[in-house]
Design a protein around this ligand. Structure first.
Ligand code: HAM
Length: 495
Protein backbone atom coordinates (compact mmCIF):
# COMPACT_ATOMS: atom_id res chain seq x y z
CA UNK A 1 0.00 0.00 0.00
CA UNK A 2 2.71 2.47 1.02
CA UNK A 3 4.69 1.67 -2.10
CA UNK A 4 1.68 2.02 -4.34
CA UNK A 5 0.68 5.35 -2.79
CA UNK A 6 4.25 6.66 -3.18
CA UNK A 7 4.84 5.21 -6.64
CA UNK A 8 1.59 6.73 -7.91
CA UNK A 9 2.69 10.12 -6.54
CA UNK A 10 5.98 9.83 -8.43
CA UNK A 11 4.12 9.01 -11.64
CA UNK A 12 1.43 11.68 -11.37
CA UNK A 13 3.74 14.46 -10.12
CA UNK A 14 6.37 13.47 -12.70
CA UNK A 15 3.70 13.93 -15.36
CA UNK A 16 3.31 17.54 -14.21
CA UNK A 17 7.07 18.16 -14.47
CA UNK A 18 7.99 17.81 -10.79
CA UNK A 19 11.31 16.34 -9.62
CA UNK A 20 12.07 14.87 -6.21
CA UNK A 21 13.97 16.72 -3.49
CA UNK A 22 15.35 14.86 -0.45
CA UNK A 23 15.47 16.94 2.70
CA UNK A 24 17.08 16.47 6.10
CA UNK A 25 15.06 15.13 9.04
CA UNK A 26 16.23 17.92 11.33
CA UNK A 27 17.03 21.59 10.82
CA UNK A 28 17.74 24.59 13.06
CA UNK A 29 14.68 25.31 15.21
CA UNK A 30 14.93 28.91 14.11
CA UNK A 31 14.07 27.97 10.50
CA UNK A 32 10.66 26.58 11.49
CA UNK A 33 10.04 29.37 14.00
CA UNK A 34 10.58 31.99 11.33
CA UNK A 35 8.75 30.26 8.48
CA UNK A 36 5.80 28.61 10.21
CA UNK A 37 5.50 31.30 12.94
CA UNK A 38 6.52 31.39 16.61
CA UNK A 39 2.91 31.74 17.83
CA UNK A 40 1.54 28.76 15.91
CA UNK A 41 0.71 25.53 17.76
CA UNK A 42 3.17 23.64 15.58
CA UNK A 43 6.13 25.76 16.69
CA UNK A 44 5.13 26.78 20.22
CA UNK A 45 3.90 23.39 21.46
CA UNK A 46 4.52 20.54 19.06
CA UNK A 47 8.14 20.56 17.96
CA UNK A 48 10.63 17.97 19.14
CA UNK A 49 13.62 20.16 19.93
CA UNK A 50 17.05 19.33 21.20
CA UNK A 51 20.30 21.10 21.82
CA UNK A 52 23.15 19.47 19.98
CA UNK A 53 26.75 19.29 21.15
CA UNK A 54 28.71 22.41 20.33
CA UNK A 55 31.30 22.35 17.59
CA UNK A 56 32.71 25.69 18.65
CA UNK A 57 33.97 24.51 22.04
CA UNK A 58 36.37 21.73 22.91
CA UNK A 59 34.62 18.67 24.34
CA UNK A 60 36.72 17.89 27.43
CA UNK A 61 38.67 20.99 28.36
CA UNK A 62 41.79 20.55 30.54
CA UNK A 63 41.45 21.90 34.06
CA UNK A 64 44.10 24.51 33.48
CA UNK A 65 42.10 25.80 30.45
CA UNK A 66 38.76 26.05 32.18
CA UNK A 67 39.03 29.78 32.79
CA UNK A 68 39.46 30.38 29.08
CA UNK A 69 36.72 27.90 28.28
CA UNK A 70 34.23 29.75 30.50
CA UNK A 71 35.16 33.07 28.88
CA UNK A 72 34.53 31.57 25.46
CA UNK A 73 31.12 30.24 26.49
CA UNK A 74 30.22 33.74 27.69
CA UNK A 75 31.36 35.23 24.42
CA UNK A 76 29.44 32.74 22.27
CA UNK A 77 26.31 33.24 24.35
CA UNK A 78 26.55 36.98 23.83
CA UNK A 79 27.05 36.68 20.08
CA UNK A 80 24.06 34.34 19.85
CA UNK A 81 26.14 31.39 18.65
CA UNK A 82 24.99 29.36 21.66
CA UNK A 83 21.23 29.16 22.23
CA UNK A 84 19.82 31.18 25.10
CA UNK A 85 18.69 28.51 27.54
CA UNK A 86 17.92 29.57 31.12
CA UNK A 87 19.67 26.55 32.61
CA UNK A 88 22.87 27.29 30.70
CA UNK A 89 23.03 30.78 32.12
CA UNK A 90 22.51 29.55 35.68
CA UNK A 91 25.12 26.81 35.28
CA UNK A 92 27.51 29.32 33.78
CA UNK A 93 27.22 31.55 36.83
CA UNK A 94 27.88 28.61 39.15
CA UNK A 95 30.80 27.52 37.00
CA UNK A 96 32.37 30.96 37.15
CA UNK A 97 32.16 31.08 40.94
CA UNK A 98 33.42 27.58 41.26
CA UNK A 99 36.31 28.29 38.89
CA UNK A 100 37.33 31.34 40.94
CA UNK A 101 37.72 29.13 44.02
CA UNK A 102 39.71 26.55 42.11
CA UNK A 103 41.91 29.13 40.46
CA UNK A 104 42.71 30.91 43.71
CA UNK A 105 43.58 27.65 45.43
CA UNK A 106 45.72 26.54 42.52
CA UNK A 107 47.66 29.78 42.75
CA UNK A 108 48.27 29.18 46.45
CA UNK A 109 50.54 26.28 45.44
CA UNK A 110 49.05 24.00 48.09
CA UNK A 111 48.74 20.51 46.57
CA UNK A 112 45.59 20.06 44.51
CA UNK A 113 44.20 17.03 46.39
CA UNK A 114 41.87 18.96 48.63
CA UNK A 115 40.42 20.64 45.53
CA UNK A 116 39.06 17.48 43.96
CA UNK A 117 35.50 18.08 45.18
CA UNK A 118 35.48 21.60 43.81
CA UNK A 119 36.86 20.44 40.51
CA UNK A 120 34.24 17.68 40.26
CA UNK A 121 31.54 20.22 40.91
CA UNK A 122 32.97 22.54 38.31
CA UNK A 123 33.12 19.85 35.66
CA UNK A 124 29.54 18.85 36.43
CA UNK A 125 28.38 22.41 35.80
CA UNK A 126 30.22 22.53 32.54
CA UNK A 127 28.85 19.16 31.50
CA UNK A 128 25.29 20.33 32.17
CA UNK A 129 25.50 23.37 29.90
CA UNK A 130 23.62 23.22 26.64
CA UNK A 131 26.08 24.73 24.28
CA UNK A 132 25.32 23.38 20.81
CA UNK A 133 22.95 24.52 18.10
CA UNK A 134 19.18 24.36 18.79
CA UNK A 135 17.69 21.79 16.40
CA UNK A 136 14.22 20.43 15.72
CA UNK A 137 12.83 17.32 14.08
CA UNK A 138 10.97 18.73 11.10
CA UNK A 139 7.26 19.34 11.74
CA UNK A 140 6.82 20.12 8.01
CA UNK A 141 9.17 20.80 5.10
CA UNK A 142 7.97 23.81 3.13
CA UNK A 143 10.47 25.76 5.25
CA UNK A 144 13.22 23.25 4.38
CA UNK A 145 12.43 23.43 0.66
CA UNK A 146 12.78 27.23 0.78
CA UNK A 147 16.00 26.92 2.81
CA UNK A 148 17.42 24.49 0.24
CA UNK A 149 16.23 26.71 -2.64
CA UNK A 150 18.25 29.60 -1.19
CA UNK A 151 21.26 27.55 -0.10
CA UNK A 152 21.66 25.91 -3.51
CA UNK A 153 20.96 28.98 -5.60
CA UNK A 154 17.94 27.40 -7.30
CA UNK A 155 16.75 30.82 -8.45
CA UNK A 156 19.37 30.36 -11.21
CA UNK A 157 17.60 27.24 -12.52
CA UNK A 158 14.91 27.36 -15.20
CA UNK A 159 11.85 28.84 -13.49
CA UNK A 160 9.56 27.82 -11.97
CA UNK A 161 11.28 25.12 -9.90
CA UNK A 162 8.85 22.28 -9.23
CA UNK A 163 9.74 19.87 -6.44
CA UNK A 164 8.07 17.04 -4.58
CA UNK A 165 9.07 15.17 -1.43
CA UNK A 166 7.92 12.37 0.82
CA UNK A 167 8.95 11.29 4.28
CA UNK A 168 8.36 11.42 8.02
CA UNK A 169 7.37 14.58 9.93
CA UNK A 170 7.16 15.00 13.71
CA UNK A 171 4.64 16.88 15.83
CA UNK A 172 3.93 16.40 19.53
CA UNK A 173 0.15 16.21 19.11
CA UNK A 174 -2.32 14.13 21.09
CA UNK A 175 -2.31 10.83 19.16
CA UNK A 176 -5.61 9.45 17.88
CA UNK A 177 -6.89 7.74 14.74
CA UNK A 178 -5.21 9.49 11.80
CA UNK A 179 -3.06 11.68 14.04
CA UNK A 180 0.40 10.54 14.99
CA UNK A 181 3.56 12.03 16.42
CA UNK A 182 5.60 10.61 13.58
CA UNK A 183 3.54 10.78 10.42
CA UNK A 184 4.29 10.79 6.70
CA UNK A 185 3.71 13.52 4.20
CA UNK A 186 3.86 13.58 0.43
CA UNK A 187 4.09 17.17 -0.75
CA UNK A 188 5.01 19.42 -3.62
CA UNK A 189 6.10 23.03 -4.03
CA UNK A 190 6.37 25.40 -7.01
CA UNK A 191 8.88 28.22 -6.53
CA UNK A 192 9.51 31.08 -8.90
CA UNK A 193 11.92 33.91 -8.30
CA UNK A 194 10.63 37.20 -9.67
CA UNK A 195 12.88 38.98 -12.20
CA UNK A 196 14.84 41.93 -10.80
CA UNK A 197 13.05 44.65 -12.74
CA UNK A 198 9.71 43.43 -11.40
CA UNK A 199 11.16 42.91 -7.95
CA UNK A 200 12.18 46.53 -7.62
CA UNK A 201 8.52 47.46 -8.02
CA UNK A 202 5.54 45.85 -6.41
CA UNK A 203 6.48 42.23 -6.97
CA UNK A 204 3.83 40.86 -4.65
CA UNK A 205 1.15 41.94 -7.12
CA UNK A 206 -0.74 38.88 -8.32
CA UNK A 207 -0.52 37.89 -11.95
CA UNK A 208 -2.84 35.68 -13.99
CA UNK A 209 0.07 33.27 -14.21
CA UNK A 210 -0.05 32.77 -10.42
CA UNK A 211 -3.72 31.84 -10.50
CA UNK A 212 -3.09 29.30 -13.26
CA UNK A 213 -0.25 27.81 -11.19
CA UNK A 214 -2.49 27.57 -8.11
CA UNK A 215 -5.16 25.81 -10.15
CA UNK A 216 -2.69 23.41 -11.77
CA UNK A 217 -1.19 22.42 -8.42
CA UNK A 218 -4.68 21.71 -7.07
CA UNK A 219 -5.59 19.84 -10.27
CA UNK A 220 -2.49 17.68 -9.74
CA UNK A 221 -3.46 16.61 -6.19
CA UNK A 222 -7.00 15.88 -7.32
CA UNK A 223 -5.71 13.81 -10.27
CA UNK A 224 -3.47 11.92 -7.85
CA UNK A 225 -6.35 11.14 -5.47
CA UNK A 226 -8.50 10.04 -8.41
CA UNK A 227 -5.73 7.72 -9.65
CA UNK A 228 -5.50 6.16 -6.17
CA UNK A 229 -9.27 5.69 -6.05
CA UNK A 230 -9.63 7.73 -2.84
CA UNK A 231 -13.32 8.07 -1.96
CA UNK A 232 -15.44 11.01 -0.81
CA UNK A 233 -12.81 13.57 -1.80
CA UNK A 234 -13.85 17.16 -1.17
CA UNK A 235 -11.83 20.26 -1.99
CA UNK A 236 -12.32 23.45 0.03
CA UNK A 237 -10.71 26.69 -1.11
CA UNK A 238 -10.40 30.19 0.27
CA UNK A 239 -8.33 33.35 -0.09
CA UNK A 240 -6.81 34.95 2.98
CA UNK A 241 -5.56 37.98 1.03
CA UNK A 242 -2.15 39.50 1.62
CA UNK A 243 -0.67 41.30 4.59
CA UNK A 244 -1.39 44.92 3.51
CA UNK A 245 -3.54 47.23 5.66
CA UNK A 246 -6.02 47.51 2.79
CA UNK A 247 -6.37 43.73 2.73
CA UNK A 248 -5.83 41.06 5.42
CA UNK A 249 -4.37 43.36 8.06
CA UNK A 250 -7.41 45.62 7.88
CA UNK A 251 -9.71 42.60 8.00
CA UNK A 252 -7.94 41.15 11.05
CA UNK A 253 -8.45 44.46 12.89
CA UNK A 254 -12.18 44.32 12.11
CA UNK A 255 -12.32 40.67 13.13
CA UNK A 256 -10.56 41.44 16.40
CA UNK A 257 -12.99 44.23 17.20
CA UNK A 258 -15.95 41.95 16.45
CA UNK A 259 -14.44 39.18 18.60
CA UNK A 260 -13.87 41.55 21.53
CA UNK A 261 -17.60 42.24 21.51
CA UNK A 262 -18.51 38.56 21.92
CA UNK A 263 -15.49 37.60 24.05
CA UNK A 264 -17.50 36.41 27.09
CA UNK A 265 -19.36 33.90 24.96
CA UNK A 266 -16.18 32.29 23.61
CA UNK A 267 -14.18 29.41 25.09
CA UNK A 268 -10.76 29.89 26.70
CA UNK A 269 -8.81 28.91 23.56
CA UNK A 270 -10.61 31.38 21.34
CA UNK A 271 -10.38 34.12 23.97
CA UNK A 272 -6.62 33.68 24.01
CA UNK A 273 -6.47 33.69 20.23
CA UNK A 274 -8.17 37.09 19.96
CA UNK A 275 -4.78 38.44 20.99
CA UNK A 276 -2.33 35.90 19.55
CA UNK A 277 -3.97 34.94 16.23
CA UNK A 278 -7.59 36.04 15.72
CA UNK A 279 -7.88 34.28 12.33
CA UNK A 280 -7.47 30.91 14.07
CA UNK A 281 -10.74 31.49 15.96
CA UNK A 282 -12.48 30.79 12.64
CA UNK A 283 -11.01 27.29 12.77
CA UNK A 284 -12.77 26.45 16.04
CA UNK A 285 -14.80 23.24 16.11
CA UNK A 286 -16.42 24.08 19.48
CA UNK A 287 -20.18 23.59 19.10
CA UNK A 288 -21.08 26.59 21.30
CA UNK A 289 -19.02 28.95 19.13
CA UNK A 290 -20.39 28.01 15.72
CA UNK A 291 -23.38 30.38 15.63
CA UNK A 292 -21.18 33.25 16.85
CA UNK A 293 -18.50 32.61 14.22
CA UNK A 294 -21.03 32.52 11.41
CA UNK A 295 -21.94 36.15 12.21
CA UNK A 296 -18.33 37.44 12.17
CA UNK A 297 -17.03 39.62 9.31
CA UNK A 298 -15.79 37.51 6.37
CA UNK A 299 -12.42 37.88 4.68
CA UNK A 300 -14.00 37.59 1.21
CA UNK A 301 -15.72 40.94 1.76
CA UNK A 302 -12.44 42.64 2.72
CA UNK A 303 -9.94 41.50 0.09
CA UNK A 304 -8.08 44.19 -1.84
CA UNK A 305 -8.89 44.40 -5.56
CA UNK A 306 -5.75 42.52 -6.51
CA UNK A 307 -6.39 39.55 -4.21
CA UNK A 308 -10.08 39.44 -5.12
CA UNK A 309 -9.14 39.29 -8.81
CA UNK A 310 -6.62 36.54 -8.12
CA UNK A 311 -9.21 34.49 -6.22
CA UNK A 312 -11.79 34.85 -8.99
CA UNK A 313 -9.20 33.77 -11.54
CA UNK A 314 -8.21 30.70 -9.47
CA UNK A 315 -11.86 29.64 -9.42
CA UNK A 316 -12.23 30.21 -13.18
CA UNK A 317 -9.07 28.18 -13.78
CA UNK A 318 -10.34 25.33 -11.59
CA UNK A 319 -13.59 25.28 -13.54
CA UNK A 320 -11.64 25.20 -16.82
CA UNK A 321 -9.85 22.11 -15.53
CA UNK A 322 -13.06 20.46 -14.38
CA UNK A 323 -12.00 20.51 -10.72
CA UNK A 324 -15.01 20.68 -8.37
CA UNK A 325 -14.50 22.85 -5.28
CA UNK A 326 -16.40 24.35 -2.40
CA UNK A 327 -15.70 27.83 -1.06
CA UNK A 328 -15.01 27.91 2.66
CA UNK A 329 -14.42 31.36 4.13
CA UNK A 330 -13.33 29.86 7.45
CA UNK A 331 -10.37 27.99 5.96
CA UNK A 332 -7.41 29.89 7.43
CA UNK A 333 -4.77 27.14 8.00
CA UNK A 334 -2.49 26.88 11.02
CA UNK A 335 0.77 28.10 9.50
CA UNK A 336 1.73 31.77 9.21
CA UNK A 337 3.33 31.81 5.78
CA UNK A 338 0.17 31.65 3.68
CA UNK A 339 -1.27 34.45 1.59
CA UNK A 340 -4.06 34.53 -1.03
CA UNK A 341 -5.00 30.95 -1.99
CA UNK A 342 -5.47 28.37 0.78
CA UNK A 343 -7.02 24.94 0.31
CA UNK A 344 -7.74 21.73 2.13
CA UNK A 345 -8.97 18.35 0.94
CA UNK A 346 -10.94 15.87 3.04
CA UNK A 347 -11.73 12.23 2.36
CA UNK A 348 -14.07 9.52 3.67
CA UNK A 349 -13.57 7.03 6.47
CA UNK A 350 -11.35 9.09 8.76
CA UNK A 351 -13.56 10.51 11.52
CA UNK A 352 -12.49 13.87 12.92
CA UNK A 353 -8.99 13.79 11.38
CA UNK A 354 -10.30 13.81 7.84
CA UNK A 355 -8.01 16.39 6.21
CA UNK A 356 -5.83 14.45 3.78
CA UNK A 357 -4.16 17.48 2.21
CA UNK A 358 -3.52 21.12 3.05
CA UNK A 359 -1.77 23.80 1.11
CA UNK A 360 -1.65 27.30 -0.23
CA UNK A 361 0.35 30.18 -1.64
CA UNK A 362 3.29 31.66 0.24
CA UNK A 363 4.81 34.48 -1.85
CA UNK A 364 7.53 36.17 0.19
CA UNK A 365 8.53 33.20 2.37
CA UNK A 366 11.85 32.67 0.53
CA UNK A 367 12.59 36.37 0.97
CA UNK A 368 11.73 36.19 4.68
CA UNK A 369 14.33 33.43 5.01
CA UNK A 370 16.99 35.54 3.34
CA UNK A 371 16.52 34.68 -0.35
CA UNK A 372 15.45 36.67 -3.41
CA UNK A 373 11.81 37.78 -3.98
CA UNK A 374 10.13 34.50 -4.83
CA UNK A 375 6.58 33.28 -5.27
CA UNK A 376 5.54 29.92 -3.91
CA UNK A 377 2.60 27.55 -3.79
CA UNK A 378 2.40 24.00 -2.54
CA UNK A 379 0.64 21.38 -0.48
CA UNK A 380 1.29 18.38 1.71
CA UNK A 381 -0.73 15.18 1.84
CA UNK A 382 -1.06 13.11 5.02
CA UNK A 383 0.04 9.73 3.68
CA UNK A 384 -1.08 7.78 6.78
CA UNK A 385 -4.58 9.20 6.36
CA UNK A 386 -4.73 8.45 2.64
CA UNK A 387 -3.82 4.84 3.39
CA UNK A 388 -6.38 4.60 6.22
CA UNK A 389 -9.07 5.93 3.92
CA UNK A 390 -8.17 3.48 1.13
CA UNK A 391 -8.19 0.60 3.62
CA UNK A 392 -11.59 1.66 4.98
CA UNK A 393 -12.89 1.54 1.41
CA UNK A 394 -11.58 -2.02 1.05
CA UNK A 395 -8.79 -1.03 -1.29
CA UNK A 396 -6.11 -2.25 1.04
CA UNK A 397 -4.71 -5.60 0.00
CA UNK A 398 -3.72 -7.32 -3.22
CA UNK A 399 -0.13 -6.12 -3.59
CA UNK A 400 1.11 -9.29 -1.83
CA UNK A 401 -0.35 -11.56 -4.55
CA UNK A 402 1.55 -13.74 -7.02
CA UNK A 403 1.05 -14.13 -10.73
CA UNK A 404 2.31 -17.69 -10.90
CA UNK A 405 2.72 -20.47 -8.34
CA UNK A 406 4.95 -23.26 -9.62
CA UNK A 407 3.62 -26.60 -8.41
CA UNK A 408 6.48 -28.98 -9.19
CA UNK A 409 6.60 -32.69 -8.43
CA UNK A 410 9.49 -35.11 -8.70
CA UNK A 411 13.18 -34.32 -8.07
CA UNK A 412 13.87 -34.47 -11.82
CA UNK A 413 11.59 -31.54 -12.52
CA UNK A 414 13.31 -29.18 -10.04
CA UNK A 415 15.88 -27.92 -12.55
CA UNK A 416 13.11 -27.08 -15.04
CA UNK A 417 11.05 -25.40 -12.28
CA UNK A 418 14.02 -23.23 -11.28
CA UNK A 419 14.59 -22.21 -14.90
CA UNK A 420 10.87 -21.46 -15.42
CA UNK A 421 10.85 -19.27 -12.26
CA UNK A 422 13.91 -17.36 -13.43
CA UNK A 423 12.52 -16.73 -16.93
CA UNK A 424 9.10 -15.67 -15.66
CA UNK A 425 10.63 -13.30 -13.09
CA UNK A 426 12.84 -11.79 -15.76
CA UNK A 427 9.71 -11.16 -17.83
CA UNK A 428 8.30 -9.18 -14.87
CA UNK A 429 5.95 -11.73 -13.29
CA UNK A 430 5.67 -12.33 -9.55
CA UNK A 431 6.52 -15.97 -9.06
CA UNK A 432 6.47 -18.31 -6.07
CA UNK A 433 8.69 -21.38 -6.30
CA UNK A 434 8.19 -23.67 -3.28
CA UNK A 435 11.58 -24.80 -1.95
CA UNK A 436 10.55 -28.44 -1.54
CA UNK A 437 8.32 -30.75 -3.50
CA UNK A 438 4.65 -30.73 -2.46
CA UNK A 439 1.69 -32.98 -3.05
CA UNK A 440 -0.51 -31.67 -5.84
CA UNK A 441 -3.50 -30.78 -3.61
CA UNK A 442 -1.33 -29.00 -1.05
CA UNK A 443 0.42 -27.00 -3.76
CA UNK A 444 -2.86 -25.74 -5.20
CA UNK A 445 -4.13 -24.86 -1.70
CA UNK A 446 -0.99 -22.88 -1.05
CA UNK A 447 -1.28 -21.10 -4.44
CA UNK A 448 -4.81 -20.11 -3.50
CA UNK A 449 -3.79 -18.77 -0.09
CA UNK A 450 -1.10 -16.61 -1.62
CA UNK A 451 -3.61 -15.12 -4.05
CA UNK A 452 -1.81 -16.51 -7.11
CA UNK A 453 -3.63 -16.15 -10.41
CA UNK A 454 -2.11 -19.21 -12.12
CA UNK A 455 -0.57 -22.47 -11.06
CA UNK A 456 2.10 -23.84 -13.38
CA UNK A 457 1.99 -27.58 -12.94
CA UNK A 458 5.29 -29.31 -13.65
CA UNK A 459 5.44 -33.10 -13.31
CA UNK A 460 7.79 -35.53 -15.00
CA UNK A 461 5.33 -35.98 -17.91
CA UNK A 462 5.25 -32.21 -18.58
CA UNK A 463 9.03 -31.98 -18.52
CA UNK A 464 9.38 -34.94 -20.88
CA UNK A 465 6.78 -33.70 -23.40
CA UNK A 466 7.72 -29.97 -23.16
CA UNK A 467 3.99 -29.21 -22.81
CA UNK A 468 3.37 -27.43 -19.51
CA UNK A 469 0.00 -27.38 -17.76
CA UNK A 470 -1.35 -24.02 -16.56
CA UNK A 471 -4.38 -23.78 -14.30
CA UNK A 472 -6.27 -20.49 -13.96
CA UNK A 473 -7.16 -20.50 -10.29
CA UNK A 474 -10.19 -18.18 -10.46
CA UNK A 475 -12.23 -20.52 -12.69
CA UNK A 476 -10.30 -23.80 -12.61
CA UNK A 477 -9.75 -23.91 -16.39
CA UNK A 478 -6.61 -25.58 -17.63
CA UNK A 479 -4.45 -25.40 -20.78
CA UNK A 480 -1.22 -26.89 -22.12
CA UNK A 481 1.54 -24.64 -23.42
CA UNK A 482 5.07 -24.90 -24.69
CA UNK A 483 7.62 -22.83 -22.75
CA UNK A 484 7.39 -19.94 -25.23
CA UNK A 485 3.63 -20.33 -25.52
CA UNK A 486 3.28 -19.98 -21.75
CA UNK A 487 5.06 -16.61 -21.70
CA UNK A 488 2.91 -15.36 -24.54
CA UNK A 489 -0.27 -16.51 -22.78
CA UNK A 490 0.66 -14.80 -19.50
CA UNK A 491 1.66 -11.58 -21.23
CA UNK A 492 -1.64 -11.46 -23.08
CA UNK A 493 -3.57 -12.01 -19.83
CA UNK A 494 -1.64 -9.22 -18.11
CA UNK A 495 -2.28 -6.61 -20.77
P1 HAM B 1 -0.47 20.85 7.27
O1 HAM B 1 -1.90 21.20 7.04
O2 HAM B 1 0.10 21.17 8.60
O3 HAM B 1 0.35 21.59 6.13
O4 HAM B 1 -0.26 19.30 7.01
C1 HAM B 1 -0.66 18.72 5.78
C2 HAM B 1 -1.32 17.38 6.01
O5 HAM B 1 -0.47 16.53 6.79
C3 HAM B 1 -2.61 17.43 6.81
O6 HAM B 1 -3.71 17.76 5.98
C4 HAM B 1 -2.71 16.00 7.32
O7 HAM B 1 -3.25 15.16 6.31
C5 HAM B 1 -1.26 15.62 7.54
N1 HAM B 1 -0.93 15.71 8.98
C6 HAM B 1 -0.62 16.81 9.70
N2 HAM B 1 -0.36 16.49 10.98
C7 HAM B 1 -0.54 15.16 11.09
C8 HAM B 1 -0.42 14.21 12.16
N3 HAM B 1 -0.05 14.56 13.39
N4 HAM B 1 -0.68 12.89 11.90
C9 HAM B 1 -1.03 12.50 10.65
N5 HAM B 1 -1.14 13.35 9.61
C10 HAM B 1 -0.91 14.65 9.81
C11 HAM B 1 1.70 21.53 5.99
O8 HAM B 1 2.42 20.76 6.59
C12 HAM B 1 2.25 22.45 4.93
N6 HAM B 1 3.72 22.34 4.90
C13 HAM B 1 1.64 22.14 3.58
C14 HAM B 1 2.15 23.03 2.49
C15 HAM B 1 3.11 22.74 1.59
N7 HAM B 1 1.74 24.27 2.25
C16 HAM B 1 2.43 24.76 1.23
N8 HAM B 1 3.26 23.85 0.83
Amino acid sequence: MWNRVEQTAREVFGGFGFGEIRLPIFEPTELFARAVGGETDIVSKEMYRFIDRSEKLERNPKIRNLGRFIEKVKHLLKSGEIPEVDATEVYLEHAEESWKKVETALLETAGPEHLLDDIDELLAYIGAMQLGPDLALRPEVTASVCRAYIEHGMHALAQPVKLYYMGPMFRRERPQKGRYRQFYQIGAEVLETVRKEVASGEWLVASAKDAATDAEVIEMVMAYFARLGLEGVQLDINSIGHSAPACRRGYVEKLKAALEKVKDKLGADSQRRIETNPLRVLDSKLESEQAIIEKLPRIGDHLCADCAKHHAEVKRQLELRGVAYQENWRLVRGLDYYMRTTFEITARGLGSQNAVCGGGRYDGLVELLGGPPTKGIGFAIGEDRVILSLQEAGKGGAAQGRDVYIAWMGEKTLATAIRAARDLRQAGFRVELPPVEQKFGKALGQADKLGARYALILGEDEVASGQWTVKTLADGTQGKYSEAGLLEFLRKQKS
